[in-house]
Design a protein around this ligand. Sequence first.
Ligand code: ATP
Length: 400
Amino acid sequence: MRVVVIGRGGREHAIAWSCEEHGHTVSLADDLGELTADDVDLVIPGPEAALVDGVADECSFRKIPCFGPTSKQARIESSKGFSRHLADSLGVPGPVYERFEELDADGAIAWWRGFGKPVVVKLDGLAAGKGVIVPADDDETEAAIRSTAKLGPFVLEERISGPECSLLALCDGNSAVALPLAQDHKRIGEGDTGPNTGGMGAYAPAPVAFDATELLATFVQPILDYYASSGTPYVGVLYAGLMLTADGPRLIEYNCRFGDPETQAVLPLLETDLAELALACTRHDVSSVPVGVRDAVACTVVAAAPGYPASPSTGAAITLTGFSTTDWANRSSDDPNAILFPAGVSDGRTAGGRVLAVTGLGTDLAAARAAAYRAMDGVSFPNMIVRRDIGWRAPGAMLT
Ligand code: ATP
C-alpha cells in the first residue's frame, strides 16, 4: 500500500522502515499538502503537533484512512490538566494532582503546603518536554511554582517514584494491542543526570513485572471506552508513560502518538506488518491482524548535536563507516543486527538536536547494546553526544 508518514524525525524514519520491510511504498511529508484519497492508502502522523493541528480531522474530511486521533482527542497529550482529570474520573491510577490557573502561584503554594508532600510542577500545555520541573527541595518547589505560574495554567502532582516504562497501544476505537514495553532515557547525562531531553535512547522489551495485557486493561481500555461511548472512537497510538511504584503502576502521562526514541526500539521487534495493523485500526478491527513479536531485544542509542538540549549547534558534516550506503533514506548497516534512523540530518550534515539513532538487535539486552554501540562507533561528527549507558538499569545489561 502507499503510506504517507507525517514528520521527518527518527520516529517517522522508524515507522517508514517498518512499513517498507513489508513491501509498502512510503513517503515522509511535513503535511498533507494536496493529497487525496486517490494518492494514498494510509496516513500515519508522527508528531503530536500535527495531530493537535487536526491532521486526522483533515484526513477524515478527505476520506483518507488515518492512524491517529482527532484534534480534540489529542488534548489527552496537549493539556496535562485535561488528561489528569479524564484519567482520574475514569479510575485510572495516578498521583494526586491539582490544576491552577496562570499566575495563581499563591493558590498553588497554599495547596502544596496543605498537601504536605513533595510535588512535581507541570505546565498544562505542550512544552516539548520542557514544561516539567521535579524540584529537589522546598525552595526549589516554590521557585518552580512561581516561574511556571508566569507561563500559563499549570498542574501540581504528588511526586511518586519507581522505574518508568512506556506502553504503546495501537488502538482501533474499541480495543487495543500493545507493542513490547519500552524504557526511555530522558536525561542528557549518563546515570540519568543533567537536563531532560526528547530522549537519548531506549530499549525493549523492558524487564518489568507487569504483563502488557494487564496494563492495557488498566491504562488504555478506560480511555477507549470513554471515547467510544462519546461517539468518536479513539484510533491511533495511545502511549501511556507509567511509573512502577511500590504501590503498583501509576500513570505519569498520556501521549497521543508513537514515542521517540521508543519507536526506533519497538518497531524492529514487530514481526507483523505495521501498515496492515494501522489500517485495520482505522477500520475498527485490529483483531483481524494477528500480532507477532520477535523473540529478541532492541536497544536504541541517539547521537545528539553539541549543545543539546538547550542550544544545539548544527551544520557539521557527518561521516559514516560500516554502513553500506551514504544514502540516508537507506537505513541499512553492514551489520544485519543494526539499523540507522536519521532524524536531524540534511544533506549529510547535522540539522537538529537529535541527529540520528542506531538500533541494535540481539538475543538479550547485552547483545543488543553491543550491536548498537558497534554501529554507533561508525558514526562521527564533531563533539557528538552519545550516552554510553543505555539500558543501564536493566539487570545484566552492561556485561559487554
Ligand atoms: P515527554 O517528553 O515524555 O512528553 P512531558 O514534558 O510531557 O514529557 P511528563 O512525561 O509528564 O512530561 O514528565 C517528564 C518526566 O518527569 C517523567 O518522565 C518523570 O521522570 C518525571 N515526572 C513526571 N511526573 C512525575 C510525578 N508525578 N512524580 C515523579 N516524577 C514525575
